[in-house]
Design a binder for this molecule. Structure first.
Ligand code: Z57
Length: 830
């Protein structure tokens, strides 16, 4: 089977030849050599940053020998590889994970102490590579961690954005974006390989000709090109000696390109052209779930996909493999539609460059791709205008038309006379302009199509791609998302990890279902006390962090109620906010005595896409409510709102372990899966949530008594939508809703300006697509159950323990086993 590969006696688990000895002395020698010879400074005069870079360089030395050994062994075994194609990798800081994966934490701590340096200080020096927006990018990072840990050969392919997700600041409560200069102080985790650069072509036209055998041949004559320079990142498995590559591509101007312009004597134009080329990997698009049809984004997509295919195929050819056998050598997993242009690219290479005929090329292409869909929102489904595609990639557009023609012929054969169906299923849409539906192209090409949680996969079949699932039922499958227990439990929550290890040993780190063994401890008073002590320690750690990072103070002894995720209307941060405003209003109006409030701190963390007006207005409102509520003595300090800016992986690692209550309150049928929900449950927070995404599975596994369910189910949402949702009726009919919204409109949060949050309140009361008011009453009732349970600390802690014990399923190791079995048909190496 696909058991986890962890073993401390793994042949590669100890330091292999070429790395410094696994001892404090060996470490110190390597560290000082790095500091002196690479950073060029003496210990006595070194900055924290120089020390951090030297430490990273030292850890790198340990990983390097394993990296080389892994690549040799994989090569020798001729193992099938997973090619994970993703425009985003939200990696989080590298140092802590690298130390953990190579068992160097203690050695580094002791060695640095000998040098008078504190390891934690150096860890905090690292700026995280934020090369992703949210869930989708973080999922990619969890998956490559799990594959390395399970000894599965995988190459992650993506883009080395010079600027990752923006740094969020607040000015007068409004979001202001700052550039993410993550590379500014050095980038010790990457290895550039300019010698392995590849050329990527764009533009131009195609030419038809007939070859010597009378076969029609197409040649693409591009008009411009750029160079893709690969940067390797190491993805270490946990204590198993495997280090897989993550290859991120950076765009550069090609020599030939500048030269022709330089020779024409136009120096300024040549420099401009260079900047133009380098723009391609300059910045991550900050939209999560709402793509903009921008030309540069399509350039990014084709750029990294063309580089990645060229890279892999060139190696195959060098090794003497026949590309007809490609499906036994690689499976490319398409992380959403962002890399789907890989499909016509592989067809083009096989036909135009390797002489395959259409059928041969299609058979190989079909077997080589699988597609994961991460959404149900129609606005998140990418459509590229044929105008733009044809200008940028004329040959690819031709191939897409060819795919569509053959596909529609198949549809007509399966459903003779059903022209409506053929029209519905066409990869090409005509409205609002002619465009390519990338999700349809992916579905037609892929061997398997999966959603990311059971409910989502079901809705994908029934609502988004019903005609496709009727045609190819066996093509559709589900793989429920997961999260890596290494980063999000062992590393982020060392206290709870120790408590768990004391009870059941350390096997859970690579075999998370073993957390089941904690169930019996849910009745053990000593264990419950230790568990609660870990939670309290995490809260103190968070309190210190937020005081230093944001000047926020968290009161002691509060229920910590946390909602952290991208800001999106469908996620309904406004529902949480209305709850806060309603509690405040009840105290203000004397309906609720402050003494009857459960002491509670509500923490928000959320970035809004810079062009998403409503999301930014909601951020503004949250900050203004926080300001007023936190300052009002009438609440007697029993209700606080904290909104630390710039929520990212680094902050998540401190916030999630401290949380008591996890807010997962999207409108049912809107959140494909969610993965934050899993991280909270795994760290012993209880969930208040709708029956949406993976919440459904979390609730089923942890049990109804340990989960606060509220709100409409997906079929109820659909029914209400069909009847016609009238938010005005809820506003008129529910006094608490009316009072809360009226309080916002009163100007109390906006220095008397009654119009400041009109966009938000008007949306909630007039046309809210996400029906926040419809679920308000049920949400408030569930919050009352939360408070009742929280009053009994013993019972709460028991539920928290059971959440941990029953969350083993949500390891991304399990997700990877599911992909291996159901989609990739490949195996771990050892
Ligand atoms: C993104 O982060 C997700 C979906 C998208 O279509 C895009 Br674009 C970005 C998220 C979903 O919203 C989450 O529900 C899901 O857990 C995550 O992807 C990983 O599958």
């Amino acid at each position: 089977g696909y058991g986890p590969a962890f073993s401390p006696t793994h042949p590669l688990a100890l330091a292999p030849v070429g790395s410094p000895p696994h001892s404090v002395d060996g470490f110190v020698a390597a560290f000082l050599a790095e500091l002196n010879t690479k950073q060029g400074v003496a210990l006595s005069h070194s900055s924290t940053n120089a020390q951090y870079l030297a430490l990273a360089g030292t850890v790198r030395q340990y990983l390097m020998a394993r990296w080389l050994e892994t690549s040799r062994k994989t090569h020798e075994a001729k193992a099938k590889t997973v090619g994970y194609l993703s425009a985003e990798y939200l990696l989080g800081r590298q140092l802590g994970n690298a130390l953990m994966a190579s068992d160097l934490n203690e050695i580094a701590e002791k060695g640095l102490a000998q040098c008078g340096i504190d390891l934690t200080t150096l860890r905090n020096q690292e700026v995280e590579p934020g090369l992703g927006n949210g869930g989708l990018g973080r999922l990619a990072a969890c998956f490559i961690d799990s594959l390395a840990t399970m000894d599965v050969p995988c190459i992650g392919y993506g883009i080395r954005y010079e600027y990752g997700i923006f740094r969020q600041t607040f000015v007068d409560g409004r979001q202001v974006e700052q550039p993410d200069t993550w590379l500014a102080l050095g980038s010790p985790w990457e290895f550039p390989h300019p010698d392995e650069s590849v050329q990527v072509n764009f533009g131009g036209y195609t030419e038809k000709s007939v070859d010597a055998d009378g076969r029609e041949k197409t040649t693409w004559v591009p008009s411009w090109n750029v160079l893709g320079v690969p940067y390797n990142y190491m993805v270490p498995g946990y204590l198993n000696g495997r280090v897989n590559p993550l290859r991120l591509w950076s765009a550069q101007a090609t020599k030939a390109f500048d030269l022709s312009i330089f020779n024409a004597g136009d120096y300024a134009e040549a420099v401009r052209a260079q900047t133009f080329a380098e723009n391609i990997s300059k910045v991550l698009y900050p939209e999560d779930s709402t793509p903009q049809g921008k030309e540069l984004r399509l350039q990014q997509q084709y750029f990294f996909v063309a580089c990645s295919l060229r890279d892999f195929l060139d190696h195959e050819l060098e090794e003497g493999f026949d590309l007809h056998d490609l499906p036994s050598r690689i499976i490319f997993q398409l992380n959403d539609t962002h890399p789907v242009i890989a499909v016509p690219e592989l067809m083009r290479i096989l036909m135009d460059e390797r002489g395959f005929d259409w059928e041969e090329a299609w058979e190989v292409t079909h077997q080589c791709f699988a597609y994961t869909c991460h959404t149900l929102l129609p606005e998140a489904l990418e459509v590229w205008s044929t105008d733009l595609l044809g200008r940028l990639l004329p040959r690819h557009l031709e191939i897409i038309y060819g795919i569509n023609d053959r596909f529609l012929a198949e549809v007509r054969e399966a459903f003779p006379g059903d022209e409506l169906r053929a029209g519905r299923m066409s990869i090409i849409t005509e409205y609002p302009e002619r465009g390519v539906r990338m999700a349809y192209l992916a579905t037609v090409a892929a061997t398997k199509v999966n959603g990311v949680a059971e409910l989502h996969s079901q809705l994908l079949r029934d609502k988004v791609l019903p005609d496709f699932s009727a045609l190819w039922p066996e093509r559709f499958t589900n793989v429920t998302n997961g999260v890596t227990p290494r980063r999000f439990l062992k590393m982020a929550n060392p206290k709870l990890s120790d408590v768990i290890c004391d009870a059941i040993g350390s096997g859970w780190v690579t075999d998370l279902e073993r957390l089941k063994e904690l169930e019996t401890y849910a009745l053990d008073d000593d264990f419950l006390a230790a568990f609660r002590e870990a939670k309290d320690w995490n809260k103190r750690r968070l309190t210190t962090l937020l005081r230093n990072r944001d000047g926020i103070d968290l009161p002691d002894g509060h229920l910590l109620d946390v909602m952290v995720k991208r800001l999106h209307e469908y996620k309904r941060q406004t529902l949480k906010l209305l709850h806060v405003v309603s509690l405040y209003e009840q105290v203000l109006s004397g309906k609720l005595a402050p003494a009857d409030l459960t002491p509670r701190t509500v923490v928000f963390g959320a970035k809004a896409a810079p062009g998403y007006r409503m999301a930014k207005d909601i951020i503004h409102l949250i900050n203004r409510v926080a300001r007023t509520v936190n300052a009002d003595p009438c609440l007697e300090g029993r209700l606080k709102v904290a909104f630390p800016a710039n929520y990212n992986v680094t902050l998540a690692e401190k916030l999630i372990p401290a949380a008591d209550l996890s807010e997962q309150i999207s409108l049912a049928g809107m959140e494909a899966s969610g993965t934050g929900n899993m991280k909270f449950a795994l760290n012993g927070a209880l969930t208040i949530g709708t029956d949406d995404g993976a919440n459904v599975e979390i609730r089923r596994l942890v049990g109804d008594e340990h989960f606060f369910l509220f709100g409409m189910s997906e079929p109820e949402v659909a029914a209400l939508g069909a009847r016609g949702y009238d938010p005005g009726a809820y506003y008129q009919g529910n006094a608490a809703i009316r009072a809360a919204i009226d309080l916002i409109n009163s100007g109390i949060f906006s220095d008397g300006d009654r119009g400041m949050f009109e966009s938000v309140t008007m949306s909630l009361t007039h046309h809210d697509r996400f029906m926040a008011l419809a679920d308000f009453e049920s949400y408030v009732a569930a919050q009352a159950r939360v408070e009742e349970r929280y009053a009994d600390q013993e019972s709460w802690t028991r539920s928290a323990v059971l959440n941990v014990a029953r969350s083993g399923y949500f390891s991304s190791d399990r997700s990877m086993r599911d992909y291996l079995r159901r989609i990739w048909h490949t195996q771990p190496m050892l």
